[in-house]
Ligand binder design. Structure first.
Ligand code: NAP
Length: 233
Protein backbone atom coordinates (compact mmCIF):
# COMPACT_ATOMS: atom_id res chain seq x y z
CA UNK A 1 0.00 0.00 0.00
CA UNK A 2 1.09 3.63 -0.53
CA UNK A 3 2.04 6.14 2.20
CA UNK A 4 0.28 5.93 5.54
CA UNK A 5 -1.84 8.97 4.59
CA UNK A 6 -3.30 7.45 1.44
CA UNK A 7 -6.77 8.86 2.12
CA UNK A 8 -5.43 12.43 2.46
CA UNK A 9 -7.79 14.99 0.95
CA UNK A 10 -10.71 12.54 0.94
CA UNK A 11 -14.09 13.19 2.54
CA UNK A 12 -15.72 10.08 4.03
CA UNK A 13 -19.28 9.60 5.27
CA UNK A 14 -19.72 6.58 7.50
CA UNK A 15 -23.36 6.09 8.46
CA UNK A 16 -23.82 5.08 12.09
CA UNK A 17 -20.28 6.00 13.09
CA UNK A 18 -20.89 7.03 16.69
CA UNK A 19 -20.20 3.54 17.98
CA UNK A 20 -19.35 -0.05 17.08
CA UNK A 21 -17.87 -0.96 13.71
CA UNK A 22 -18.81 2.43 12.21
CA UNK A 23 -16.68 4.24 14.79
CA UNK A 24 -13.69 1.98 14.05
CA UNK A 25 -14.06 2.64 10.30
CA UNK A 26 -14.30 6.41 10.89
CA UNK A 27 -11.17 6.41 13.05
CA UNK A 28 -9.24 4.25 10.56
CA UNK A 29 -10.17 6.49 7.61
CA UNK A 30 -9.11 9.55 9.67
CA UNK A 31 -5.79 7.88 10.59
CA UNK A 32 -5.21 7.47 6.86
CA UNK A 33 -5.81 11.18 6.26
CA UNK A 34 -9.53 11.53 5.44
CA UNK A 35 -11.89 14.10 6.93
CA UNK A 36 -14.98 12.44 8.32
CA UNK A 37 -18.74 12.94 8.44
CA UNK A 38 -19.85 11.20 11.64
CA UNK A 39 -23.52 10.28 11.31
CA UNK A 40 -25.77 9.16 14.15
CA UNK A 41 -29.48 8.77 14.78
CA UNK A 42 -30.09 8.59 18.55
CA UNK A 43 -26.78 8.65 20.41
CA UNK A 44 -25.28 12.12 19.97
CA UNK A 45 -22.87 11.75 22.88
CA UNK A 46 -21.12 8.75 21.31
CA UNK A 47 -20.98 10.51 17.94
CA UNK A 48 -19.34 13.52 19.62
CA UNK A 49 -16.83 11.13 21.24
CA UNK A 50 -15.94 9.69 17.81
CA UNK A 51 -15.47 13.24 16.48
CA UNK A 52 -13.25 14.14 19.47
CA UNK A 53 -10.98 11.17 18.74
CA UNK A 54 -10.74 12.26 15.10
CA UNK A 55 -10.02 15.89 16.07
CA UNK A 56 -7.24 14.67 18.38
CA UNK A 57 -5.66 13.04 15.32
CA UNK A 58 -5.60 16.42 13.57
CA UNK A 59 -8.40 15.63 11.16
CA UNK A 60 -11.73 17.36 10.60
CA UNK A 61 -14.92 15.65 11.77
CA UNK A 62 -18.47 16.98 11.49
CA UNK A 63 -21.25 15.32 13.45
CA UNK A 64 -24.54 15.13 11.56
CA UNK A 65 -27.76 13.64 12.90
CA UNK A 66 -29.92 11.79 10.40
CA UNK A 67 -32.32 8.93 10.89
CA UNK A 68 -31.64 7.08 7.66
CA UNK A 69 -35.05 5.40 7.64
CA UNK A 70 -36.36 8.84 6.55
CA UNK A 71 -35.55 10.06 3.06
CA UNK A 72 -35.96 13.74 4.00
CA UNK A 73 -33.29 13.30 6.70
CA UNK A 74 -30.94 11.59 4.22
CA UNK A 75 -31.52 14.43 1.76
CA UNK A 76 -30.76 17.01 4.43
CA UNK A 77 -27.61 15.05 5.46
CA UNK A 78 -26.26 15.19 1.90
CA UNK A 79 -27.19 18.86 1.50
CA UNK A 80 -25.15 19.61 4.63
CA UNK A 81 -22.21 17.58 3.30
CA UNK A 82 -22.43 19.49 0.03
CA UNK A 83 -22.47 22.84 1.88
CA UNK A 84 -19.58 21.87 4.16
CA UNK A 85 -17.28 20.04 1.74
CA UNK A 86 -18.70 20.42 -1.80
CA UNK A 87 -17.91 16.76 -2.60
CA UNK A 88 -17.83 13.24 -1.18
CA UNK A 89 -15.17 10.59 -1.89
CA UNK A 90 -16.19 7.69 0.34
CA UNK A 91 -19.55 6.36 1.52
CA UNK A 92 -19.69 3.45 3.94
CA UNK A 93 -23.25 2.23 4.41
CA UNK A 94 -22.63 0.89 7.89
CA UNK A 95 -25.66 1.84 10.01
CA UNK A 96 -27.99 -1.03 10.80
CA UNK A 97 -30.83 -1.87 13.10
CA UNK A 98 -33.98 -3.93 13.10
CA UNK A 99 -36.57 -5.95 14.93
CA UNK A 100 -35.28 -9.49 15.38
CA UNK A 101 -38.37 -11.63 15.75
CA UNK A 102 -39.33 -15.19 14.79
CA UNK A 103 -41.34 -15.16 11.55
CA UNK A 104 -44.68 -15.76 13.25
CA UNK A 105 -44.14 -12.82 15.62
CA UNK A 106 -42.87 -10.29 13.08
CA UNK A 107 -45.09 -7.26 12.51
CA UNK A 108 -45.34 -5.08 9.40
CA UNK A 109 -44.02 -2.04 11.27
CA UNK A 110 -40.96 -3.96 12.45
CA UNK A 111 -40.39 -5.47 9.01
CA UNK A 112 -40.67 -2.08 7.28
CA UNK A 113 -38.31 -0.43 9.77
CA UNK A 114 -35.77 -3.24 9.34
CA UNK A 115 -35.86 -3.08 5.55
CA UNK A 116 -35.73 0.72 5.55
CA UNK A 117 -32.67 1.03 7.76
CA UNK A 118 -30.71 -1.90 6.36
CA UNK A 119 -31.62 -1.93 2.67
CA UNK A 120 -33.53 1.14 1.45
CA UNK A 121 -31.18 3.56 3.22
CA UNK A 122 -28.14 2.04 1.50
CA UNK A 123 -29.84 2.57 -1.85
CA UNK A 124 -30.86 6.15 -1.02
CA UNK A 125 -27.50 7.16 0.47
CA UNK A 126 -25.77 5.73 -2.59
CA UNK A 127 -28.10 7.66 -4.91
CA UNK A 128 -27.51 10.92 -3.05
CA UNK A 129 -23.76 10.37 -2.97
CA UNK A 130 -23.38 10.02 -6.77
CA UNK A 131 -23.48 13.76 -7.67
CA UNK A 132 -21.04 14.55 -4.86
CA UNK A 133 -18.69 11.76 -5.98
CA UNK A 134 -18.91 13.01 -9.55
CA UNK A 135 -17.78 16.41 -8.23
CA UNK A 136 -14.88 14.60 -6.51
CA UNK A 137 -13.95 12.97 -9.84
CA UNK A 138 -14.27 9.45 -8.42
CA UNK A 139 -15.61 7.63 -5.39
CA UNK A 140 -15.87 4.48 -3.36
CA UNK A 141 -18.94 2.93 -1.77
CA UNK A 142 -18.74 0.01 0.62
CA UNK A 143 -21.93 -2.00 1.03
CA UNK A 144 -23.68 -4.19 -1.59
CA UNK A 145 -22.43 -5.57 -4.87
CA UNK A 146 -24.43 -4.94 -8.00
CA UNK A 147 -24.38 -1.17 -8.01
CA UNK A 148 -20.78 -1.72 -9.07
CA UNK A 149 -21.78 -2.45 -12.65
CA UNK A 150 -23.80 0.75 -13.03
CA UNK A 151 -21.41 3.06 -11.23
CA UNK A 152 -18.02 1.85 -12.52
CA UNK A 153 -18.23 4.07 -15.66
CA UNK A 154 -18.61 7.07 -13.31
CA UNK A 155 -15.34 6.01 -11.59
CA UNK A 156 -17.30 5.04 -8.49
CA UNK A 157 -16.24 1.65 -7.20
CA UNK A 158 -18.68 -0.38 -5.12
CA UNK A 159 -17.60 -3.27 -2.93
CA UNK A 160 -18.80 -4.98 0.22
CA UNK A 161 -17.40 -6.46 3.38
CA UNK A 162 -19.01 -9.41 5.10
CA UNK A 163 -17.70 -9.74 8.64
CA UNK A 164 -18.22 -12.66 10.95
CA UNK A 165 -19.38 -12.01 14.49
CA UNK A 166 -18.08 -8.76 15.99
CA UNK A 167 -18.57 -7.83 19.64
CA UNK A 168 -20.63 -4.63 19.55
CA UNK A 169 -23.92 -3.47 21.05
CA UNK A 170 -25.68 -5.30 18.22
CA UNK A 171 -24.21 -8.60 19.34
CA UNK A 172 -25.24 -8.02 22.95
CA UNK A 173 -28.77 -7.48 21.68
CA UNK A 174 -28.64 -10.60 19.54
CA UNK A 175 -27.32 -12.75 22.40
CA UNK A 176 -30.06 -11.41 24.65
CA UNK A 177 -32.73 -12.19 22.05
CA UNK A 178 -31.51 -15.73 21.45
CA UNK A 179 -30.45 -16.38 25.04
CA UNK A 180 -27.45 -18.40 23.80
CA UNK A 181 -23.72 -18.04 24.30
CA UNK A 182 -23.05 -17.30 20.66
CA UNK A 183 -19.63 -15.80 21.43
CA UNK A 184 -17.93 -18.91 22.81
CA UNK A 185 -19.53 -21.10 20.16
CA UNK A 186 -18.21 -18.82 17.42
CA UNK A 187 -14.67 -18.68 18.84
CA UNK A 188 -14.64 -22.48 19.13
CA UNK A 189 -15.55 -22.76 15.43
CA UNK A 190 -13.17 -20.06 14.15
CA UNK A 191 -9.81 -21.38 12.88
CA UNK A 192 -8.16 -18.04 13.78
CA UNK A 193 -9.23 -18.65 17.38
CA UNK A 194 -10.82 -15.30 18.16
CA UNK A 195 -13.71 -13.04 17.22
CA UNK A 196 -13.41 -10.41 14.51
CA UNK A 197 -12.85 -6.91 15.96
CA UNK A 198 -14.26 -3.61 14.64
CA UNK A 199 -10.66 -2.69 13.76
CA UNK A 200 -10.30 -5.82 11.58
CA UNK A 201 -13.34 -4.66 9.60
CA UNK A 202 -12.06 -1.08 9.40
CA UNK A 203 -8.74 -2.22 7.88
CA UNK A 204 -10.52 -3.98 5.00
CA UNK A 205 -12.93 -1.09 4.41
CA UNK A 206 -10.05 1.41 4.29
CA UNK A 207 -8.19 -0.80 1.83
CA UNK A 208 -11.25 -1.01 -0.44
CA UNK A 209 -11.51 2.80 -0.38
CA UNK A 210 -7.84 3.28 -1.30
CA UNK A 211 -6.31 3.55 -4.75
CA UNK A 212 -4.57 0.22 -4.04
CA UNK A 213 -8.00 -1.27 -4.66
CA UNK A 214 -8.55 0.66 -7.90
CA UNK A 215 -9.40 -2.47 -9.91
CA UNK A 216 -11.41 -4.16 -7.16
CA UNK A 217 -15.02 -3.68 -8.14
CA UNK A 218 -18.18 -5.49 -7.06
CA UNK A 219 -16.43 -7.83 -4.65
CA UNK A 220 -17.29 -9.07 -1.18
CA UNK A 221 -14.46 -9.54 1.31
CA UNK A 222 -15.33 -12.07 3.99
CA UNK A 223 -13.64 -11.15 7.28
CA UNK A 224 -14.31 -14.05 9.59
CA UNK A 225 -11.03 -15.69 10.65
CA UNK A 226 -11.99 -18.72 8.58
CA UNK A 227 -15.34 -19.36 10.32
CA UNK A 228 -17.06 -20.20 7.03
CA UNK A 229 -14.42 -22.75 6.00
CA UNK A 230 -15.26 -26.38 6.46
CA UNK A 231 -12.84 -27.52 9.14
CA UNK A 232 -12.48 -31.24 9.84
CA UNK A 233 -12.92 -31.92 13.58
N1 NAP B 1 -21.64 -6.94 15.04
C1 NAP B 1 -21.57 -7.95 14.18
O1 NAP B 1 -21.38 -9.12 14.57
C2 NAP B 1 -21.68 -7.72 12.69
C3 NAP B 1 -21.38 -8.77 11.82
C4 NAP B 1 -21.50 -8.58 10.45
C5 NAP B 1 -21.91 -7.37 9.96
N2 NAP B 1 -22.20 -6.35 10.82
C6 NAP B 1 -22.65 -5.08 10.22
O2 NAP B 1 -21.78 -4.03 10.64
C7 NAP B 1 -22.52 -2.81 10.73
C8 NAP B 1 -22.34 -2.16 12.08
O3 NAP B 1 -22.75 -3.10 13.07
P1 NAP B 1 -22.48 -2.85 14.63
O4 NAP B 1 -22.37 -4.20 15.23
O5 NAP B 1 -21.40 -1.84 14.82
O6 NAP B 1 -23.90 -2.22 15.06
P2 NAP B 1 -24.30 -1.41 16.40
O7 NAP B 1 -23.24 -1.54 17.43
O8 NAP B 1 -25.69 -1.85 16.71
O9 NAP B 1 -24.34 0.10 15.89
C9 NAP B 1 -25.33 0.48 14.97
C10 NAP B 1 -25.00 1.85 14.42
O10 NAP B 1 -26.01 2.17 13.45
C11 NAP B 1 -26.59 3.42 13.78
N3 NAP B 1 -28.00 3.43 13.41
C12 NAP B 1 -28.97 2.55 13.78
N4 NAP B 1 -30.16 2.93 13.26
C13 NAP B 1 -29.93 4.09 12.58
C14 NAP B 1 -30.76 4.97 11.84
N5 NAP B 1 -32.08 4.74 11.69
N6 NAP B 1 -30.20 6.06 11.27
C15 NAP B 1 -28.86 6.30 11.40
N7 NAP B 1 -28.02 5.50 12.10
C16 NAP B 1 -28.56 4.41 12.68
C17 NAP B 1 -26.42 3.56 15.27
O11 NAP B 1 -26.49 4.95 15.60
P3 NAP B 1 -27.05 5.46 17.06
O12 NAP B 1 -25.96 5.14 18.03
O13 NAP B 1 -27.28 6.93 16.88
O14 NAP B 1 -28.30 4.69 17.31
C18 NAP B 1 -25.04 2.94 15.49
O15 NAP B 1 -24.02 3.87 15.23
C19 NAP B 1 -23.96 -3.17 10.42
O16 NAP B 1 -24.22 -2.90 9.05
C20 NAP B 1 -24.03 -4.66 10.68
O17 NAP B 1 -25.03 -5.31 9.91
C21 NAP B 1 -22.09 -6.49 12.18
Amino acid sequence: MQSSQFLAGKIALITGSGRGIGRAIAIKCAQLGADIVVNYSRNRFQAEETAEIIHSMGRKAVVLKANITKEEEIKSLFNKISDEFGKLDILVNNAASGFNRPLVEQKITGWDYTMNVNVRAAMLCSQYSIPLMEKAGSGSIVNTRYMAVELAPKKIRVNAVSPGMVETDALKHFAFMTNKDVTSRTIANTPAGRLVTPEDVAESVAFLCSSSAEMICGQVIVIDGGFTLIVPK
